[in-house]
Design a protein around this ligand. Structure first.
Ligand SMILES: Cc1cc2nc3c(=O)[nH]c(=O)nc-3n(C[C@H](O)[C@H](O)[C@H](O)COP(=O)(O)OP(=O)(O)OC[C@H]3O[C@@H](n4cnc5c(N)ncnc54)[C@H](O)[C@@H]3O)c2cc1C
Length: 309
């Protein structure tokens, strides 16, 4: 049994190994671009409210553009890149960005934290995590799907982080000889696009149960609030074989604060993956699978698909 927490790099290795052992074919260094759309052939899809399907998704790599064919596509981009390109309806929220960083060589971590600075414990002796960003830092909210906005935010955040490092070294005794270990490689973005799918989970759905619940979650700022996440919040209404998982599922802005957290993102990812496997094996679409079977599969895999008593 492991006695210490994993560093992020170690965790990446462990996750890679788990995915490899599960038989998943990985492909890094390629950017998902456009879905290749096809009007549904005559039959079940044409008769339903899902008139289109995706036959493949194009990707951009260093050697050029290529496509991967798929029976079911899951958009887990966080920003809903694929459902937007497929023409699905969505909401877009502008946010203030974060850029967390870690410092090492802090003389007395416990004392630094006790003096009231906003520092978190992080693995490694003499190291702290600084959750830098959001309010009153960058001058305006950004659209995290706009490269111009992202460039502005990244340059500005990095400049301000370095100014904060200088201030800590100059003004906070424990930081006098501290150094920067790392600055987050990406801006921290809490919200951008949210799908408007087969069901939009709303604030007033608190404590409500659904026949097609595939995950449940609490709310990180409203203690006691619980949301059941219906399978329909993962389904794109206009595209028969597209599912969505993670931060950009179909919820309103308030509920997003609950469903964007890592545990529900993991849970909706597991549900979308299991639903896709059922659809592919059964030769059907995500909309046509038996939801009771989906819930049963998830439950047997250890997922929590109902509110605990
Ligand atoms: C600063 C900050 C602090 C947070 N703290 C916490 C916390 O303490 N606890 C907690 O539970 N949650 C926390 N959250 C929220 C949580 O981390 C995120 O909401 C969650 O990780 C989102 O998961 P996701 O899988 O939907 O998206 P992401 O984690 O963003 O994953 C999306 C992945 O898809 C890749 N990608 C995107 N577009 C494409 C494309 N077109 N082609 C190929 N790949 C693509 C991205 O590179 C990324 O690897 C925090 C968020 C922020 C910003």
């Amino acid at each position: 049994m492991r006695q210490r927490p994993y560093d992020p790099e170690e965790l990446r290795f462990v996750l890679n190994e788990m995915v490899r052992e599960a038989g998943v074919r990985m492909l890094f260094h390629a950017w998902g671009c456009e879905p290749v759309m096809q009007a549904a052939a005559a039959g079940a899809d044409a008769a339903s409210s899902n008139p289109q399907r995706i036959t493949a998704v194009t990707f951009q790599g260093k050697q050029g553009r290529f496509a991967i064919r798929a029976q079911v596509v899951i958009d887990a981009t966080g920003d809903g890149d694929l459902f937007a390109a497929a023409g699905c309806a969505f909401d877009l929220e502008r946010v203030l960005p974060w850029l967390w960083f870690r410092m090492g060589g802090v003389e007395n971590v416990e004392q630094a934290i006790a003096t009231g600075g906003w520092y978190f414990h992080t693995p490694g002796d003499g190291r702290v995590l600084l959750p830098w960003g959001a309010s009153e830092r960058v001058s305006r909210k950004i659209d995290a799907t706009d490269p111009e906005d992202l460039t502005f935010a990244e340059v500005e955040c990095r400049r301000q982080v370095m100014a904060e490092v200088d201030r800590l070294r100059a003004e906070v005794p424990g930081f006098r000889r501290a150094h920067v270990c790392d600055v987050a490689s990406q801006l921290g973005i809490t919200e951008s696009r949210r799908l408007l799918g087969d069901y939009v989970l709303r604030r007033e759905d608190v404590d409500r149960t659904f026949d097609d619940t595939i995950a449940v979650t609490g709310h990180w700022t409203k203690y006691g609030a619980r949301y059941a996440i219906p399978y329909r919040a993962l389904r794109a209404s206009k595209v028969a074989n597209l599912l969505v998982a993670g931060r950009c599922i179909s919820v309103d802005h308030r509920v997003h604060h609950a469903t964007k957290e890592i545990p529900p993102c993991i849970a909706t990812g597991e549900a979308a993956g299991t639903a896709a496997a059922l659809a592919v094996r059964g030769g059907s679409t995500p909309a046509a699978i038996d939801v009771a079977t989906l819930r049963d599969r998830l439950r047997r895999a250890g997922a929590i698909v109902d509110f605990p008593d």
